[in-house]
Unconditional design. Structure first.
Length: 296
């Protein structure tokens, strides 16, 4: 009988020891999860995601999410969904382009007053009310630097990682800009017509003279008078090239080429694509190659 009591006592001690060990392992696992989920960053749309992705890189403990789908495009009339609000409720930092593109910001600020907002346009000089600043490589670099600086302030533990990643990314953008410096010299002062306001920034970088602008989208109805005005501008200003987004301007572009000697150049607004970190560089390079070919 005595041996039976001893066995029971030993068994209870073993169970207690194992239970204590499992509890410690569980708590340690919970602590690890907390340590590796220090910051959640949400971006408003595709260009801001790619910029933030290059700033954050593979930084441990930082989660990056995009509010809208990568194929959404610009957010002028975007309406927040319940999933968007759920995502923002878990976010620590919200990276926006600014300049008026995110029309829903008042709602976000009211719902989440403690959410840190990084306005990437904060230190950028806009072309009037046009906020498509990522289409200018110089201005885009300012946006990337702003994201880096304010993320480093919000998350000082990873400050040096953000800065190193940003320096590397900015160097890639400068290399691309300098590679096409001769194009700027060649095109300086030449007239161009734009069928999307985003291309104002490209034209500004390249020194092109904007002879006419018609901002086309899925809701834009073009009148016969407007078509006549564009054709008159082509003739009067000796315009040889029109920049347009094929998604919304193909029909209008076909009309222009049928009625004049102008060449349509369909460029990427860089608001859609995959989440590859180099997608901005690849898209901008493709745009510049199309422009070079058109003017040559």
């Amino acid at each position: 009988m005595k041996n039976k009591y001893v066995f029971t006592a030993v068994l209870l001690a073993v169970i207690l020891l194992v239970g204590t060990g499992c509890t410690m392992l569980y708590l340690r696992h919970q602590d690890t999860d907390t340590e590796t989920a220090q910051l959640t960053v949400v971006t408003s749309f595709y260009p801001m995601y790619i910029a933030a992705e290059n700033v954050i890189g593979d930084c441990d403990g930082v989660t990056l999410e995009n509010l809208s789908e990568q194929q959404t495009g610009c957010l002028h009339d975007y309406q927040l969904t319940s999933e968007d609000m759920k995502l923002l409720s878990a976010a620590d930092v919200f990276v926006i382009n600014g300049g008026g593109i995110e029309s829903f910001l008042a709602e976000v600020a009211e719902q989440y007053p403690d959410l840190i907002m990084i306005n990437a346009c904060e230190d950028v000089e806009l072309l009037e009310d046009n906020a498509h600043v990522w289409m200018s490589m110089d201005r885009y670099m300012t946006q990337v630097q702003t994201i880096c600086d304010e993320l480093a302030e919000a998350d000082p533990e990873h400050r040096e990682i953000y800065r190193e990643n940003t320096d590397n990314y900015l160097e890639k953008i400068r290399f691309l800009r300098d590679e096409y410096a001769d194009l700027t010299e060649t095109l300086d002062g030449q007239p161009v017509i734009l069928f999307h306001e985003a291309y104002e920034y490209l034209a500004d970088d390249l020194g092109l003279e904007v002879a006419g602008l018609m901002d086309l989208d899925e809701e834009r109805q073009v009148s016969a008078g407007e078509v006549a005005d564009i054709l008159s501008t082509i003739e009067e200003c000796r315009v040889s090239v029109i920049f347009a987004e094929e998604l919304y301007a193909k029909d209008m572009g076909d009309t222009m080429e049928q009625e004049s000697d102008v060449q349509m150049v369909y460029l990427d607004t860089l608001t859609r694509g995959d989440y590859d970190a180099d997608s901005y560089l690849e898209g901008m390079r493709a745009n510049l190659e199309l422009i070079r070919d058109a003017f040559e």
